[in-house]
Write a protein that binds this ligand. Structure first.
Ligand code: RIB
Ligand code: CA
Length: 309
């Protein structure tokens, strides 16, 4: 079987940057396009960061389509406290060597799906605004999507409010439309991404690769500092690369099929992903939700992908 065709939708963001590099360094994936969304930082910053990361790893062949600068209905919430003013503070990397694709996110996704000989996995790892906008604009292309492997949500506590994880909190209406799309969804929520903490040992192992590995370790050193200051974590979770690994090596993620609903009405619990693990609601299952991660295999996969760059 050839490499799996994928599109990444990102809001770089340190962990988004690592997810992009992981996809580029994995022969098991064919990264067809990257689309950007406002989230960790404003759209101009997340787009600039995506272009810089692809330029750094020599993948200026991958088109980058800029998408939504605001959530569907809400005002934007960004995360400079975690990712810094630029959205990707830490080691300086060169400016981008290419420009965004003039089609923008929705039409770039549409054209990419139409041109692909086989269905494409969408891997959104920021607020789901672009994916919802695409599904609204091109329902006729849903059949060209093999799976949506998203980073977002939580079966338990949130990280932005006690109830909500950041990506779903920022645009809960978009997340609700994705979970209700009828497409196969794999949700890598905080329950599994918090098992992917890049501690000092993992960072030094990546640093030892040299080159891109050194840059990634530098990014993660910055990320470790903000995660320690804001959350008291001793290791910053590699949230977004887990959603990539779930497509690359599905066996790394243990999932349970269940119904997931997104709270959009309450101010107190806005953005909560209500995960019916035990099927008590009788609502139809609509997502494979990550409940366990093979942490060692995950970091081996990440290490091997970065070594190839
Ligand atoms: O809650 C973690 C998610 O929010 C990650 O995707 C991170 O990059 C931020 O977008
Ligand atoms: Ca992200």
């Amino acid at each position: 079987m050839g490499p799996k065709p994928v599109i990444l939708d990102v809001d770089p963001g340190h962990d988004d940057a690592v997810a992009i590099m992981m996809a580029c360094g994995s022969p098991g994936l064919d990264l067809l396009a990257v689309t950007t969304v406002a989230g960790n930082a404003t759209l101009p910053k997340t787009t600039r960061n995506a272009l810089r990361v692809l330029s750094l790893v020599g993948r200026t062949d991958v088109p980058v389509g800029a998408g939504a600068s605001e959530p569907l209905e809400r005002s934007l919430r960004t995360a400079e406290d975690i990712h810094g003013e630029s959205g990707m503070d830490g080691p300086r990397i060169p400016e981008a060597a290419f420009e965004p694709d003039e089609r923008g996110a929705v039409e770039l996704i549409a054209d990419t799906l139409k041109e692909s000989p086989e269905p494409v996995a969408l891997i959104p790892v920021g607020p789901l605004t672009n994916v919802a906008a695409f599904l609204r604009a091109h329902p006729e292309l849903k059949g060209r999507i093999s799976r949506i492997s998203l980073m977002g949500g939580s079966m338990g506590l949130g990280n932005t409010t006690p109830a909500a994880e950041f990506n779903v909190y920022v645009d809960p209406e978009a997340a609700r439309e994705v979970f209700e799309s009828g497409l196969p969804v794999t949700m890598s929520g905080l329950d599994v991404t918090h098992q992917a903490g890049a501690g000092r040992a993992e960072r030094d192992r990546l640093r030892g690769i040299g080159g891109v590995g050194e840059v990634v370790a530098g990014f993660l050193d910055f990320f470790a500092g903000t995660y320690e200051r804001v959350f008291g974590f001793d290791a910053p979770p590699l949230h977004d690369p887990v959603a990539v690994a779930a497509v690359l090596e599905p066996g790394l993620l243990r999932t349970r099929l269940m119904n997931v609903e997104v709270e959009c009405e309450s101010d107190l619990t806005r953005g909560e992903t209500v995960c019916d693990l035990h099927g008590v609601t009788g609502r139809p299952p609509n997502a494979e939700v990550g409940v366990g991660l093979d942490r060692e295999a995950f970091f081996d996969l990440l290490h091997d992908s970065l070594k190839r760059l």
